[in-house]
Design a protein around this ligand. Structure first.
Ligand SMILES: *Cc1c(COP(=O)(O)O)cnc(C)c1O
Ligand code: SF4
Length: 341
C-alpha cells in the first residue's frame, strides 16, 4: 500500500512538471534574466518548432548567461532561419525505412519503434523536428500489425523504443507493450532511447523499473546527455536506481557548436557520466536538419577534438564519433582516420 501511494505520487509529480513546462519564450527570457532583444526571433522560431522546457532543466542553467550550454539547446534563435545548403527535413532517410506501422528498420538484428511523437523538451537541433509523427507512430490501433511484423522477422533480436521520447508514455502503456514484446521468442533485448532521466529525473520511479526489468528481455537504456551541467544530484540518483536494478546504461550525445564542442566539455561529460554509472557510447555529428545549421561542427575540428580527448582520458570514457548516412548498414564511424595518429 505504501509503495503504491509513493508510485502514484511519483507519477503525478512528473506529469505535473511536464504540464508546467515553459513554452512561452518571454517566460524563459524573464526567468533567466536574459536580454529582451532575444524575444522577437525566439517567438518567430518557436512558431516553427515550439519552445518547451521543464523547470527542472531550466534550474540547471545559469541566469543572465546567453551562452549557457543548456539554454542553447532549447532557446529558439535567429540562426534557425539561416538557409544552409544540404540541410533538409528528413536528413537520415527515416521515412524511407518504415517497415511496418511505427517501425524503422535500417540495421541488421535491430528494429526501432516510434512509440510517440511527444518529448519532455524540444531540442532545437533535433533531427525529428519536422517528423510527421501522427502518420508514423506505432500507435495503439496499429499495434497488432507492428507485433505481427516483429513476429514474422526471426532475425530481429533487439527492439529499440524510441520516439519522440518513449518515456512520455505512461508506465501502464509501456508495461503492456513490453509484455507483448517479451512473448516474441526471438527478441532478446529491450532498449530504450530517452532523454527523460536527464530532463525530468522524477520520471524514473519504481513502476518504470518494474516493467523495464520485469520480463526475460535484457534491459538497456541509452540516455541522451550532451553536457556535464545537465547531470546533477537528482539525475545521478535516478540513474543509480536504474543501475542497481540491472539496467545497462549508455549515453549518446550530439556534438553541438557552442554547447559541447571542446575537449574540456566532452572530458567533463565523460567524467560526470562515469560517476552516474553511464558508459559513453556515441558522439553524433549533427544530422543536417533544416533550422539547425548553426549547431554544426565540421568533420576536421570534430576529429581534432576526439584526438585531444583520446590523449587525456581512459579509453572506456571515449565515445565513438559517428554520423548517420542514409542507406548505410549502421552508424558510420569517423574513427577510421585514427585520432591517435
Ligand atoms: C541508431 C539506430 C539504431 C541503433 O544503432 P546502434 O548502432 O545499435 O546503436 C537502430 N535502428 C535505427 C533506425 C537507428 O537509427
Ligand atoms: S528529446 Fe530527442 S526526439 Fe525529443 S526533441 Fe530532443 S532530440 Fe528530439
Amino acid at each position: 500500500m505504501i509503495t503504491r501511494l509513493t508510485a502514484d505520487r511519483q507519477a503525478c509529480a512528473w506529469q505535473t512538471a511536464l504540464a508546467e513546462a515553459i513554452t512561452d519564450p518571454e517566460a524563459l527570457i524573464r526567468r533567466l534574466n536574459l536580454d529582451p532583444g532575444l524575444l522577437s526571433a525566439a517567438r518567430l522560431a518557436a512558431q516553427r518548432f515550439r519552445l518547451q522546457v521543464p523547470e527542472s532543466y531550466v534550474s540547471r542553467m545559469h541566469p543572465g548567461e546567453p551562452h549557457d550550454p543548456l539554454l542553447r539547446q532549447v532557446l529558439p534563435l535567429q540562426g534557425e532561419f539561416e538557409a544552409a545548403p544540404g540541410f533538409v527535413e528528413d536528413p537520415v532517410g527515416d521515412l524511407d525505412a518504415m517497415a511496418a506501422p511505427g517501425v524503422i528498420q535500417k540495421y541488421a538484428g535491430r528494429a526501432l519503434l516510434i512509440t510517440t511523437g511527444a518529448c519532455a523538451i524540444h531540442c532545437r537541433y533535433c533531427f525529428r523536428r519536422h517528423y510527421p509523427y501522427g502518420q508514423a507512430s506505432a500507435g495503439r490501433s496499429r499495434w497488432p500489425e507492428t507485433l505481427a511484423w516483429l513476429r514474422s522477422r526471426p532475425d530481429i533480436h533487439e527492439v529499440i523504443l524510441s520516439g519522440g521520447d518513449p518515456l512520455m508514455l505512461t508506465d501502464g502503456e509501456l508495461a503492456a507493450m513490453t509484455r507483448d514484446l517479451a512473448r516474441i521468442d526471438h527478441l532478446r533485448t529491450l532498449r530504450v532511447h530517452t532523454r527523460l532521466p536527464v530532463i525530468l529525473p522524477e520520471r524514473i520511479g519504481q513502476d518504470l523499473i518494474d516493467w523495464l526489468t520485469g520480463t526475460r528481455l535484457r534491459p538497456v537504456m541509452v540516455i541522451h546527455a550532451n553536457h556535464a551541467q545537465e547531470l546533477d544530484a537528482s539525475t545521478c540518483s535516478a540513474l543509480a536506481a536504474l543501475d542497481r536494478a540491472g539496467v545497462r546504461l549508455f549515453n549518446q550525445a550530439v556534438l553541438l557548436r557552442g554547447v559541447n564542442d571542446s575537449v574540456a566539455a566532452l572530458g567533463d561529460l565523460g567524467e560526470a557520466l562515469f560517476e552516474s554509472g553511464v558508459q559513453p557510447y556515441y558522439l553524433h555529428l549533427l544530422d543536417p536538419v533544416s533550422g539547425a545549421a548553426h549547431f554544426a561542427v565540421k568533420e576536421a575540428p570534430a576529429l581534432a577534438i576526439m584526438k585531444a580527448l583520446a590523449a587525456q582520458q581512459p579509453g572506456y570514457l571515449l565515445p565513438r564519433l559517428v554520423r548517420e548516412i542514409p542507406g548505410a548498414p549502421g552508424k558510420s564511424s569517423l574513427t577510421e582516420a585514427g585520432y591517435h595518429t
